[in-house]
Design a protein. Structure first.
Lengths: 635, 338
C-alpha cells in the first residue's frame, strides 16, 4: 500500500487546504451546495412555470423555499421521524432482509475453499476478503431497500394515509433514511462479529515442537519449528535472555506473523501462539532526496515507469475541474543510486522517550531496482543511519537486505555506537541524536554500486504504537457504514421522483461513477496533456473496432479525428465534473486496505469520510424534500 | 327517527364543537373556489379535464355527499381537498387553510377508497403507528388504540398482520386509523365498498354518530341508498361538472305527490279514502310498501344470531309465499323502526 500525500492530511488540511483553498473539500462542498440550489431553483421554476404559467410559477417556487424554512424545517418532529424510521425498519425486517446476514455467514463458511492456504500473507487475504464481501453486500442491500421503498408506498397508495396525517416531507425523507441506516447497522454488527471470529480463528494455529536445534559456539540456539498450516519458522534464542536458565527468542516472520519460543530450565521448548493481529500506528517523516553528488533534489531518481504514473487527482478538487491543476498527483517510488552520495533523508518529529521507551521500531517497505543482474542470489543491500538534525553526530550504518512487497521490521536500540565529530563513541538516541524540538533524521542509502533503492514517504516510518486489531476492524466497518449511509441517502433521493427500478439504476450509476472517478480524471489528464492512452469513450470505441493499440496515433482522417476528440473531450469533461460532485467511494473502500495491511486507520481519515457523508446526506435530504413536496402524490 | 329531536341534537353539538375549537368563522369547513383539475401526461399535454370550476362549501356538522358515476371527479375532489393532488386552477380551503398546508391534517381523518395500509403490521401496530404521526403521548395513544379497536370490533384479531385480514376487516382498520386523532372533519372515499350489509349498516350508523358528535363528514359514493340514508346535503357530479347541489330531503321530495303511511288499513277504510280522493278529482294508488333488501337481510341475520339453527325458508319464488314474506318483512320493519 503506497499512501499518497493526501492521505497524510489532517482533518483541517483536508477541509481548508491552507495553501491551496481551491483544492479544499470545504470549497468543493460549498460549490456543490450552491450548484444544487441554483439548478434546483431553475428546474423548479421551469416545471412550475410549465404548470402554472411564468408569474404564478415564480411564486410557487418561492413558496416552496419559504415553506421549507418557515414551516417544514422548524415543524419537523423527532417523534414522527422516529415513528417513520421505525416503520421503515420494521418493513425491512419483516421482509426478511436479515437473511443477507445468513448469506454472509454461509459465504464465510464456503470461503475456506477459495482462500489460498499457501498465501504468503494470509491475514491480508482474510481481512480484505471479509471487508470486501461485507462492503459490496451491504452496498447492494442499501441500494435495494432504499430505492424501492418509497416508490412501492406510492404505487400501493399506502403513502396516502401518511401524507394525510400531519407529516411533513422532511419527516418522510428523514424517517426513511434513518430507518434504513438502522437496518444496515443491525446487519453490520453481526457481520462484523462474524468477520472478526473468522479472521482471528482462521489465522490461529499452534506449533507444538522444535526440530534440528543446534547450539552454536556462543550458546545461541538455532532451530526450526514443526510444519503446521503449510509453514514453519526458524528461530534463534540467545542464552539467558529471561533469567537463570530460562531463555526466550523470536521466530522469523513467515506469512505475516511470528511466535515467541521459550526454553525452560529443563531444556524444554515451548512455542507461543502467533502474535496477535495488530494495527500499526505509524509516525511518518518528511522525505528529502539527494542525488549521486550529494545535492538535494525534490524527487528521487526516476527509473522509467514513474513518468507514466497517473492518479491522485481526487485530491485536487475544484481546481482540476476548472483546469487549474494538471499533472499527476500520485507519488511513486523515488530511487536512490547505490554506492554514491545519493540518499534519502527522513525527518521525524516528536521522537520522545515517552513514545519510544525501549527503542525505535522502524518499518521499511522499499523497492529494489537492478540496473544489472549482479548476484541474483543475494538481495540488494541498504543501510540506515540515525543522524542529529543540525550537529555532526551520527550512528554507524546498519545494513539490511531489501525485501520487496513486504514490511521489513528493524529494531534500533536506544544506545548505539556512532561518530560524534569524527570521534567514535557510544551514542544515546535521545541524548545525542534528537534535537531540542524532538526531531531526528534517518538516512537511507543503497550500498550496491549501480543498483537502486526505491522509497516513498509512506514506506518508511517509526512505529509509535499499535492498536488492537478489533478496533481497527471496527473502524473499517465504520467506513463501510458511512458508504452505506451515502448509498441510502442517494437511493432515497432518487426514489422521491423516480420509480423503484429506475431509482435503483440511477443510484447504481452514481456509485459506479463515484468508483471510477479516478479513471475519469486519468482520462482527462491524458486528453489535457496530449498523451495517447486510448482517448475518451468514442475514440476508444473506434480503436476497439479497428483493433488499434491505445498508444498509437488515432488512425482516421484529420477531420474525423478532430470531431471525435472534441466530442470525447466534451464527454470526459462533463463526466469529470459529475464525478467530482459525487462521493469519492474508492477512497472509502480503500480503508479496508489499511486494515488488511495491518495499519491503523487514521482518525483524521475517518473523520473526513464522516464529514463528507454528512454533507452528501444533507444535500440528498434537501433535494429529496423539494421533489417530494412538489410531487402530486396521487398523480 | 324523530325530526325534532334530530334538530335539537344538531344545534347542541355544533355549539359544543365551536366551544372546543373557538372557531368564529361562518362554519364553513371546506370551501372550493373555482376548483379545476386537468390531468396531463409527461409532456404536459392535456389528457382529461377531471374537474371543471367546482364551487362547493361544506359546513360544520353536516354530512355532505359527493355523488356521481365512475370518473365523474368525486375522488379527484377529495384528493384535491387533501392536498394529494394540486389544483390546475382555483383553490381549496380546509379550515380556512390552503389544502397544501400540512397543519390542516391535524384535524382531518381520511379513509381512502381502498384501505391502503401496511400489510406487514398488525392492527394494533398500525393504529399505534398512525397515533405516533400525531405526536400523541404513549398513554394517550394506547388508550385511543384500544378504544378504536373496540369500536371497529377487532379485539380478537388485533395481533394479526393485516395481510391475513379479509377485505372487510382491513376496511375497519382503515376506518379506525382515520379516527385516530378524533378528527373534526372526516373524509370517506367510498366508505361502504367492500363491506357486507352488516358492516355497511354499521358504517352508516357510525357516520350518523360522528355527526351527532358535531363532526363534519364528507363522503363520496355511488351507493345511492347509502348516501340517501346518511347525507344532509349532496353534490352530484358528472364529467367533472357540478350538476346538482342541495339538501337530500329537498332534492328527493316529489312536490305534487302526497304519501300517507298508516297501519293495518281495513278494506272499508281504504275504499272510503279512495272515494274521497276521487271526489276531489284526484287519482290514487293504495299498496303495501316494499321494504329494502338491506332491512330484510339485517333482520334475517339478527334473527339467526338470536336463535341459531335452521330457519324456515319462506320465499321460494312462489308468488303467494313471496307476497307473504313481503308482508312479514313490513311488519318487522315496523317493529325495528320503533
Amino acid at each position: 500500500m503506497i499512501l499518497q500525500p493526501e492521505d497524510f492530511w489532517s482533518f483541517y488540511e483536508w477541509l481548508m487546504r491552507p495553501e491551496a483553498f481551491l483544492e479544499s473539500a470545504f470549497l468543493q462542498g460549498i460549490v456543490l451546495f450552491i450548484l444544487a440550489i441554483v439548478i434546483g431553483l431553475m428546474v423548479g421554476y421551469i416545471i412550475s412555470a410549465n404548470r402554472y404559467g411564468p408569474g404564478e410559477g415564480f411564486y410557487a417556487v418561492a413558496r416552496a423555499v419559504r415553506d421549507l424554512i418557515r414551516f417544514d424545517l422548524p415543524g419537523t418532529s423527532a417523534h414522527r421521524v422516529f415513528a417513520l424510521a421505525r416503520l421503515a425498519f420494521k418493513e425491512a425486517i419483516r421482509r426478511r432482509v436479515l437473511f443477507v446476514v445468513g448469506l454472509f455467514v454461509a459465504m464465510l463458511l464456503l470461503a475456506g475453499w477459495y482462500l489460498n492456504p499457501e498465501s504468503s500473507d494470509p491475514a491480508r487475504l482474510y481481512i480484505s476478503f471479509v471487508l470486501t464481501a461485507t462492503n459490496y453486500l451491504i452496498l447492494a442491500l442499501a441500494l435495494f431497500i432504499s430505492a424501492f421503498s418509497l416508490p412501492n408506498d406510492i404505487k400501493s397508495k399506502t403513502i396516502y394515509t401518511i401524507v394525510t396525517k400531519p407529516v411533513r416531507a422532511t419527516e418522510i425523507v428523514l424517517g426513511r433514511m434513518f430507518g434504513f441506516m438502522a437496518v444496515g447497522t443491525v446487519m453490520l454488527v453481526p457481520m462484523g462479529l462474524a468477520s472478526y471470529l473468522f479472521v482471528s480463528r482462521g489465522l490461529s494455529h499452534q506449533h507444538l515442537e522444535v526440530v534440528d536445534v543446534v547450539e552454536e559456539a556462543d550458546g545461541t540456539l538455532v532451530g526450526e519449528t514443526d510444519f503446521v498450516q503449510d509453514h514453519k519458522h526458524n528461530f534463534t534464542i540467545q542464552p539467558g535472555t529471561v533469567e537463570g536458565d530460562v531463555s526466550q527468542g523470536l521466530t522469523d516472520v513467515i506469512r505475516g506473523h511470528r511466535h515467541i519460543v521459550t526454553r525452560d530450565a529443563n531444556g524444554k521448548f515451548e512455542i507461543g501462539p502467533p502474535a496477535p493481529l495488530r494495527a500499526r500506528i505509524p509516525s511518518y517523516g518528511e522525505i528529502q532526496f539527494y542525488d549521486r553528488t550529494g545535492n538535494s533534489k525534490d524527487a528521487g531518481v526516476d527509473i522509467g515507469a514513474e513518468r507514466f504514473a497517473t492518479g491522485g487527482y481526487g485530491s485536487s478538487g475544484i481546481s482540476r475541474v476548472i483546469g487549474l491543476s494538471r499533472g499527476s498527483r500520485k507519488v511513486q517510488h523515488g530511487y536512490v543510486e547505490g554506492g554514491t552520495l545519493g540518499k534519502a533523508e527522513f525527518v521525524f518529529q516528536n521522537v520522545t522517550p515517552e513514545r519510544y521507551p525501549n527503542g525505535l521500531f522502524l518499518d521499511l517497505s522499499l523497492r529494489a531496482y537492478r540496473s544489472y543482474k549482479g548476484d541474483i542470489e543475494s538481495g540488494i543491500r541498504g543501510s540506515v543511519t540515525l543522524k542529529h538534525p543540525s550537529k555532526d553526530i551520527e550512528t554507524n550504518p546498519r545494513t539490511f537486505d531489501i525485501n520487496e512487497y513486504e514490511v521489513d521490521e528493524l529494531f534500533l536500540d536506544l544506545d548505539q555506537e556512532g561518530t560524534d565529530n569524527n570521534k567514535t563513541r557510544e551514542l544515546n538516541v535521545f541524548e545525542d541524536l534528537v534535537d531540542e524540538n524532538g526531531q531526528l533524521i534517518l538516512v537511507i542509502k543503497c550500498l550496491d554500486r549501480s543498483q537502486y533503492l526505491g522509497v516513498t514517504q509512506s514506506g518508511v516510518y517509526l512505529r509509535a504504537g499499535e492498536n488492537p486489531f478489533w478496533w481497527n476492524l471496527s473502524k473499517a466497518y465504520i467506513s463501510i457504514w458511512l458508504q452505506m449511509a451515502m448509498v441510502i441517502a442517494f437511493g432515497v433521493m432518487f426514489s422521491t421522483f423516480l420509480s423503484g427500478p429506475v431509482a435503483m439504476v440511477a443510484t447504481f450509476a452514481c456509485v459506479l461513477l463515484g468508483f471510477s472517478a479516478e479513471q475519469v480524471y486519468d482520462t482527462r489528464h491524458f486528453i489535457d496533456s496530449g498523451i495517447e492512452r486510448g482517448g475518451g469513450p468514442i475514440e476508444s470505441m473506434v480503436r476497439l473496432l479497428r483493433q488499434d493499440a491505445m498508444t498509437t496515433q488515432l488512425d482516421v482522417d484529420s477531420t474525423a479525428a478532430q470531431v471525435i476528440k472534441t466530442t470525447d473531450a466534451g464527454i470526459v469533461y462533463s463526466l469529470d465534473a459529475i464525478a467530482t460532485a459525487l462521493p469519492n467511494l474508492p477512497k472509502m473502500v480503500g480503508t479496508a486496505e489499511y486494515a488488511a495491511s495491518g495499519f491503523d486507520i487514521f482518525g483524521a481519515l475517518l473523520l473526513r469520510h464522516a464529514t463528507a457523508t454528512l454533507g452528501y446526506c444533507l444535500l440528498a435530504f434537501i433535494i429529496s424534500y423539494f421533489f417530494l413536496k412538489s410531487r402530486e402524490i396521487a398523480a | 327517527m324523530d325530526t325534532d329531536s334530530t334538530v335539537v341534537a344538531e344545534t347542541e353539538t355544533v355549539d359544543a364543537a365551536q366551544a372546543i375549537h373557538g372557531d368564529s368563522d361562518s362554519g364553513v369547513v371546506i370551501e372550493t373556489r373555482n376548483l379545476s383539475k386537468i390531468y396531463r401526461d409527461f409532456w404536459g399535454r392535456k389528457k382529461v379535464n377531471a374537474l371543471k370550476s367546482l364551487d362547493i362549501e361544506v359546513r360544520k356538522g353536516e354530512v355532505f355527499g359527493l355523488l356521481g358515476p365512475n370518473g365523474s371527479g368525486k375522488s379527484t375532489t377529495i384528493k384535491l381537498i387533501l392536498g394529494l393532488l394540486f389544483p390546475s386552477s382555483g383553490r381549496v380551503l380546509v379550515f380556512d387553510k390552503d389544502a397544501s398546508e400540512t397543519s390542516k391534517n391535524e384535524r382531518i381523518g381520511y379513509l381512502p377508497e381502498e384501505s391502503y395500509l401496511y400489510k406487514f403490521l398488525t392492527a394494533e401496530e398500525t393504529l399505534d403507528f398512525y397515533g405516533r404521526l400525531f405526536d400523541m403521548s404513549g398513554a394517550a395513544r394506547k388508550q385511543r388504540v384500544d378504544e378504536l379497536i373496540k369500536l371497529v370490533g377487532l379485539q380478537g384479531a388485533k395481533h394479526r398482520q393485516l395481510r391475513e385480514y379479509s377485505k372487510g376487516m382491513t376496511r375497519r382498520v382503515g376506518l379506525a386509523q382515520a379516527l385516530i386523532n378524533d378528527p373534526d372533519l372526516v373524509l370517506l372515499d367510498e366508505p361502504t365498498t367492500g363491506l357486507d350489509p352488516i358492516g355497511s349498516r354499521e358504517m352508516k350508523d357510525l357516520i350518523l354518530s360522528l355527526k351527532k358528535q358535531g363532526k363534519t363528514v364528507l363522503l363520496c359514493s355511488h351507493q345511492l341508498a347509502d348516501v340517501q340514508d346518511v347525507c344532509d346535503r349532496v353534490a352530484i357530479l358528472d364529467q367533472g361538472e357540478l350538476k346538482e347541489l342541495g339538501r337530500v330531503t329537498d332534492l328527493l321530495k316529489v312536490q305534487d305527490v302526497t304519501e300517507i303511511h298508516t297501519k293495518r288499513l281495513t278494506p272499508e277504510v281504504e275504499a272510503e279514502i279512495r272515494a274521497i280522493i276521487e271526489r276531489e278529482g284526484g287519482t290514487c294508488t293504495i299498496d303495501n310498501p316494499t321494504a329494502t333488501m338491506e332491512d330484510l337481510f339485517l333482520n334475517i341475520v339478527r334473527e339467526s344470531e338470536a336463535r341459531p339453527g335452521a330457519r324456515r325458508v319462506t320465499g321460494t319464488g312462489n308468488s303467494k309465499e313471496a307476497a307473504d314474506e313481503g308482508q312479514k318483512a313490513e311488519e318487522n320493519q315496523g317493529e325495528a323502526g320503533q
